[in-house]
Write a protein that binds this ligand. Sequence first.
Ligand code: ADP
Ligand code: MG
Length: 353
Amino acid sequence: MKVTFKDVALSYDGKVNTLEGLNFEIPDGALVSLLGPSGGGKSTTLNMISGLLAPTAGKIYFDDQDVTKQSALARKVGMVFQNYALYPHLSVLDNIAFPLKMARVKKAERYKRARELATLVHVDDQLDKKPGDLSGGQQQRVAIARALAKSPSLLLLDEPLSNLDARLRIEMREEIRRIQSETGVTTIFVTHDQDEALHISDHIMVLADAHIQQFATPHTLYASPANEFVAKFIGSPVINMIKADTMKADLAGVVPDEILQKAETIGIRSESIVLHDLGRKIVATLHAEIGAAHQFGREATATLNYNGETLLSTELSSMPTGTKTGDFSILATGFFLFDHDGKLIFGGESHDE
Ligand SMILES: Nc1ncnc2c1ncn2[C@@H]1O[C@H](COP(=O)(O)OP(=O)(O)O)[C@@H](O)[C@H]1O
Ligand SMILES: [Mg+2]
């Protein structure tokens, strides 16, 4: 089911808007992440979709139906939270079947459905266990199966992986992607982890400062961040940000003068600072002094001192040892200019969505 917000705002105290100007469309059958820092309004947005929270202004539509005033119950959404909230005294099978029991579905039918869902989320060999006997990842699988029991119009997940350790988080995010693909249910997934969002989403909505900063595909967010906030929030290592004045001399003739005059900050991704351009499009060549080099697992980083700024590169492992200074190419991809308001004014790919 498609979800549309039109000019939605939300204020908790009737004075300050926690969120405003929310306009978006979540396509039917998509997996969309709400991504942003803590306090950015992700849960608030999710709760307005579920109907637990009514917007202060604006309209919410499920497909073409206005559901702004509809209760959470009537909206028929399935929800999963960070704390699994399973019933500890019920078996896995009874936990999954519970919403169907509440809906007075006949016993044989609800257990058949619960078994199918247990198979879908891969806990079909754990049916008689109690939640306390399961690992965190398995408990979250059960919670997802339970949320899917009544064939919801939407599946909403609020930081479902936050309590899991790093390895399990990666396994479970793949599982959520798989379960979503197999069921085709429109899914909205909240996370503060940009890497998680980049890996599983069809689209990502970046929420911060009461606004949608950008709503786009993972690729577009990375390759064409709409503003400085998105450029810094997406990607690891964090993008290099330097004052535009530092580099203006090296950009003359490459960037049109009127754009260069408005540029306040330059963003350069660490993989876009290279020794050899290998025929790729470059925007500038910088003469810089080489600073510290580090190796982290398969990742090698080196810092460059350039006109008093420090730049991090991940592409300098082939540098001859003992090199003190050098000329480094800046690739056109991963090079961005931002104006005084932080808005992208140069770089990135042409926007296709
Ligand atoms: N029930 C509430 N009453 C008042 N303020 C709230 C309430 N819930 C959240 N907030 C505030 O709204 C902002 C957004 O919160 P939230 O949507 O929970 O962010 P996120 O989920 O992105 O961490 C925060 O500043 C938070 O303190
Ligand atoms: Mg939250």
